[in-house]
Design a binder for this molecule. Structure first.
Ligand SMILES: Cc1cc2nc3c(=O)[nH]c(=O)nc-3n(C[C@H](O)[C@H](O)[C@H](O)COP(=O)(O)O)c2cc1C
Length: 272
């Protein structure tokens, strides 16, 4: 298998929470021992920046980033500077955009100074973002995803990129993973939500694992050690958690303890 540089430990990740997962939040989660934390999502082209302001006006919690160089530099030093507990932890940033404009170029370069991975958001289903052809629209129109990745790679030829997806929207697996391979995507972070239910559809993880060698991070309703096992048995290389952390960031510490406890005490389960 090609090594895409997908390395962090333990394989338990904090997933993006727009308006919530800021520097302080992620710093706390790093202290609780997560293998990877995710800053953002941040909207980094002019259209999604405007869309985000509209979302805030209707009462949604969101992050708004500065649009000029000077403010961006100061903001970054204050808001992106995280301290890792150990070298095996990684920092990820989740970004929303549908085209690479000057704002995107500025932020892409800025993020590379502070994070290990940049995660492209092909997940957001908020109407304002969909109207910009960003978020989950990128999964419906794979040509636009391909163009976007091409434009990002023109700026960041080798920087590790991941993609966050809403798994049930991927229909043409072969085309989808061919595009991701073409642009050396390091990981696929899949929300395996089963629409209308409060649980994951594990078949989504199976389908992805069977279509590609790109490592999969399994997401949705991971709350117990059994949920972790189910994701790993399906072939995910890591799991991620979001909603339980809104009320209780320390939740991730308990999950990590359960996971490392099982691993250290000779779990018979090879997938742990
Ligand atoms: C308030 C809130 C904000 C979110 N913001 C983002 C985001 O900016 N980018 C993203 O990819 N996913 C975002 N998500 C989705 C989560 O990262 C995660 O995929 C989803 O909540 C399912 O995982 P869970 O069952 O562990 O919560 C958000 C979810 C919530 C509840």
């Amino acid at each position: 298998m090609i090594d895409f540089g997908f390395k962090f430990k333990p394989p338990i990740v904090q997933s993006a929470l727009a308006g919530i997962s800021n520097r302080n939040f992620c710093q706390e989660i790093l202290r609780y021992g997560a293998g990877m934390v995710t800053l953002g999502g941040f909207s980094i082209d002019y259209e999604s920046h405007k869309a985000t302001i509209k979302m805030i006006e209707r009462g949604r919690k969101e992050f708004v980033l500065p649009t000029n160089q000077k403010d961006a530099r100061l903001w970054s030093m204050k808001n992106l500077n995280l301290e890792k507990l150990h070298k095996q932890q990684s920092i990820n940033v989740n970004i929303r955009f549908s085209k690479v404009d000057n704002l995107t170029k500025m932020w892409l370069k800025k993020f590379t100074e502070f994070v290990d991975f940049i995660e492209i958001n092909a997940h957001c289903r908020q109407e304002e973002i969909i109207n910009t052809n960003g978020g989950q629209s990128l999964l419906i129109n794979l040509e636009s995803l391909e163009c976007l990745l091409n434009d990002i790679r023109a700026i960041l030829p080798a920087f590790p990129l991941g993609i966050k997806i809403r798994g049930y929207l991927v229909n043409e697996y072969q085309i989808f993973v061919r595009i991701l391979d073409e642009f050396s995507i390091s990981f696929i972070h899949s929300d395996a939500m089963l629409p209308g239910h409060n649980r994951a559809n594990i078949k989504i993880i199976h389908n992805l694992v069977n279509s590609t060698d790109i490592p999969i991070i399994g997401n949705n309703s991971v709350k117990t050690i059994n949920d972790i096992k189910t994701m790993f048995e399906a072939g995910a290389k890591a799991v991620s958690v979001a909603r339980p952390l809104i009320r209780d960031p320390k939740f991730i510490q308990r999950l990590i303890r359960d996971y490392t406890g099982q691993k250290n005490h000779g779990s018979n389960n090879n997938s742990l």
